[in-house]
Design a protein around this ligand. Sequence first.
Ligand code: GLY
Length: 366
Amino acid sequence: MTIRVALGERSYDISIENGALDRAGELLAPYAARGRFIVVTDRNIVPNQLYRLESSLTAAGIACAVEVLPPGESTKSWAMLEKLTDAMLAYGVERNDTLIALGGGVIGDLVGFAASIVKRGCRFVQVPTTLLSQVDSSVGGKTAINSRAGKNLIGAFYQPVHVLIDPTTLDTLPIREVRAGYAEVVKYGLIDDPAFFAWCETNVRQLLGGASEARLEAIGKSVAAKARIVGEDERETSGRRALLNLGHTFGHALEAETGFSDRLLHGEAVAAGMALAFRFSAAQGLCSADDARRVTDHLAAAGLPTTLDAAGVDARGDALVAHMLHDKKMEGGRLPFLLARGIGQTFLDKQVDLAAVARFLDADRG
Ligand code: GLY
């Protein structure tokens, strides 16, 4: 399956194929300037996926230099950016050369940002190996590192030249990570595709169980939705792309409260955040209680947290709202929220009363 992100001269294809890693030599050959790549990955990816990629490239006569970084969110740092950019320069990288980001969102975000700044921009390919990065972060060109002031605050919009998705990489992913990525799949149904949400309700078991057809369908539908929205609003200026942040404002507060740690994975925070956004919408009379319950029930059935308690958060509503105020989406002192009029009817509300959000959070805990 090939899906195109239509962005004029920055357009690119996303290939989704079981076993794509083993055909990377053939599929990525057009991007191997001077017959070589710089592959960047993390230590967790080495045993299962790096050798598949390297063998395929080598068999196709393509040389690759490999840079292995430590796993985890702390890799999205100035220190690792410096390490990577130094390594690229030591390899003698040229603007036409291509980096391959082999890994999850951390590797994709860091490599994309490094590619955007070294020699004022060289090329990069995303080869995402987690469900979350396959359905969300590898597509659309958001690249970043974290700073002391917060997550993803230093970065650039910089599109890859290709995204290569091999769903078989999920076979070795811990189930907790698969579930967390699944939250972002459900998100596309909730934003504007109620039929896809209904498909998720029917197929969640097969999908989380690793059934090939369900997995391809879920990834394909998600990536097509993301490609469409990015094509409409690449730099999040019209409000279209902001829809992709459904659940992220509530979720961000939960992640901040749990220290952006393994206590609550990003996708888990997004799941709880989406359930809270729907219940808040229902409490405001915007959407039906039935729709809010259906969303909560589905995410819970997928093994994802849907309440503050399930997310391991015992902070009061006003403390959680205080975290939200650090959101980089603040606009003129107000925080835009993604709310819903129903399943598949998400919209951006710039007039939300934060005191009402705090009261809702306390009441929702029950
Ligand atoms: N993950 C949200 C976006 O790419 O816009």
